[in-house]
Write a protein that binds this ligand. Structure first.
Ligand SMILES: [Zn+2]
Length: 72
């Protein structure tokens, strides 16, 4: 899946935020995040780091688990 924010440079991956168990879609290029199932629109995108900060997640690479690696 390609990212709508960084003009399709990035690959969107399905990841789990370990702390919450939530599955979200994250771009490996620009860190755009959107809820799984949301329509692909720029207005649905937030920064991954901003989103997880509300759960107290700081070290994001240790706190997420990739379910679906990008289909490169
Ligand atoms: Zn992107």
């Amino acid at each position: 899946m390609l990212c709508p924010r960084c003009d399709q440079q990035g690959q969107v991956e399905l990841v789990v935020i370990k702390k919450t168990g939530e599955r979200v879609l994250r771009c490996d290029e620009c860190d755009a995040l959107r809820q799984n199932g949301d329509e692909v629109m720029k207005s649905n995108l937030v920064d991954f780091s901003t989103y997880v900060a509300q759960f107290g997640v700081i070290d994001t690479w240790d706190e997420i688990e990739t379910i679906n690696a990008a289909d490169k």
